[in-house]
Ligand binder design. Sequence first.
Ligand SMILES: *Cc1c(COP(=O)(O)O)cnc(C)c1O
Length: 401
Amino acid sequence: MSSPAEARVDLGAIGENVALLRDRAAGAEVMAMVKAEGYGHGLVPAARAALAGGATWLGVAKLAEGLELHEAGLAGRGPGGVRTLVCLGVPGEPYDKGVQAGLDLAAGAPWLVKEIAEAARRAGVPARIHLKADTGMSRGGATGEDWPALVDAALAAEAEGLLRVVGLMSHFACADEPGHPSIGRQLSAFQEMVEHAEKAGIRPEVRHLSNSAATLTIPEARFDLVRPGIAVYGLTPVPREGTFGLRPAMTLVAGAALLKRVPEGSGVSYGHTYVTGRGTNLALVPAGYGDGIPRHGSNVLEVLAAGRRRRIAGRVCMDQFVIDLGDDTLAAGDEIVLFGTGERGEPTAQEWADALGTISYEIVTRIGSRVPRVYTEDPGHRGAKPGNEEPGSVETGSVDG
Ligand SMILES: *Cc1c(COP(=O)(O)O)cnc(C)c1O
């Protein structure tokens, strides 16, 4: 290992997970969500692997992410560029660049439709937009009350030739709780809002509502396109329903930095929140909250070291933490697995999330830019070909955790 800690990303797993989602989407197209650096797995490599697995669209949150995919030759206008949706718009962004790049832009308010239309006028190219409906999450999008005004603003700009409404979309609040009463309500609200828009003259190419959880558990919400994110990376969107056969793509490892013997009663790390109960071997693990290891994991999270699970002993520091090996030993440089697929006995990101009262999304997405991503295709696994990523290639500095 050439760095203190690294995140190994199995691109074959991403390809297989997308293939599984495509099966489950039963004819709907798959937009792989690669926002936030591909949930921490690396934007461009994750996008390539997802496309190799059968995704036909890419989705990001922010314009800069879409532009980065375009510059890499994956998104929007140009040979090999696939349809890519930017889901979150804010005032004052360089939408003309987005329009020129051929990116699809979501808009949930008339002011944004107008801003995109003006950008299209400057760019001299019509924009492609997806109207976003708030069907009950009360986050982005236009509420039922505001929807007619949004549709009218879009139709006016369409009539001027400045844009085309290619999509109608919404987002579930509780798809990860199968049976939640809001699910049916959001589904019918979406159907009504689609119907209103189509009656008013909108001719969308795609209508889409489903995140990972909905793709896997709500068949009637698939429409023309599904937008899975977390499941692409092999993590379950509905933990209480199991793994759905998904395979975690990220394994976080660190090389032991130091081993030492300390006597009974030794206080460990800042604040001495852990005190050794007897003479014991401590190992130093060179990954800390500066790398995205949650400090709340102090004295809580487990890792796999010297063949067994060990709990983090004392506080997680910025760059490192300590584990207590008892009488077991390891050598400096020996590999410690923080989380991974679980196949070798290591915790999964889901287990870390459960122990901390959060979701697996946060565990993988927060792994920082100081941790290089090392791309592999698990040799024991038939994976999809991930474009021109070399197995074992290291991409540093590309992930802004
Ligand atoms: C992040 C996101 C998704 C994917 O959600 P998952 O729960 O990760 O599948 C889908 N749609 C939108 C608009 C999103 O922002």
